[in-house]
Design a protein around this ligand. Structure first.
Ligand code: SF4
Length: 184
């Protein structure tokens, strides 16, 4: 199994990681290859990060050691392409009597049946979709560009107010013929 890192991760999602941090397993590779990936050294093996190819047992050993220091949660980061391994790790931990809070930290490009199959194994789902964020940023930029092109600062306020007025339910309706031409 290709692992980039097993480490204590602090300060991210504090309600989950708490003051002591979370034991995160950063898997090598990713089921998406976004060109803007901020973790490209990890998500793309060809970018040269030194991965470790370690067994499930070794992984469980390292997690067990980390949990023995007082850490309460285990996070699986970019796990979508290694779900069978994630399940084996959790079952292995449970078999040793360890029941940490388990976190599935995903880009959300998962099949419904895969998520369903994690029932009872994962406690917290952490959808973290940079793809969705990129789309929203792009839409925001387009909106800003549209307003810039109008050169009218209060365009949005006026348009929204007039739209609300024009679609108000207290206005009289106008009948139309079959060609949607108004009949006065
Ligand atoms: S989904 Fe996230 S981790 Fe995977 S390539 Fe895209 S940005 Fe990188």
């Amino acid at each position: 199994m290709i692992i980039a890192s097993i480490c204590i991760h602090k300060d991210e999602e504090p309600p989950i990681s708490g003051p002591d941090g979370i034991c995160n397993i950063f898997f090598g590779g990713c089921n998406l290859h976004c060109i803007y990936c901020q973790n490209h050294e990890i998500s793309r093996p060809e970018h040269g990060h030194r991965f470790r190819d370690i067994s499930i047992k070794e992984t469980i050993d390292q997690i067990e050691y980390t949990l023995s220091t007082g850490i309460k949660a285990v996070g699986f980061v970019s796990p979508s392409h290694v779900v069978p391994q994630v399940k084996a790790i959790i079952r292995g931990l449970n078999g040793r009597g360890l029941k940490p809070i388990t976190v599935y930290n995903t880009n959300s490009y998962d099949k419904q049946e895969v998520i369903d199959s994690l029932e009872g194994l994962i406690n917290v789902y952490l959808p973290d979709s940079l793809f969705l964020e990129a789309v929203l940023v792009l839409l925001s930029l387009l909106l800003l560009l549209a307003f810039e092109l109008t050169l009218v600062a209060d365009c949005l306020d006026v348009v929204l107010a007039v739209s609300a007025l024009l679609t108000g339910s207290d206005l009289d309706t106008v009948a139309g013929d079959l060609r949607a031409v108004a009949i006065l």
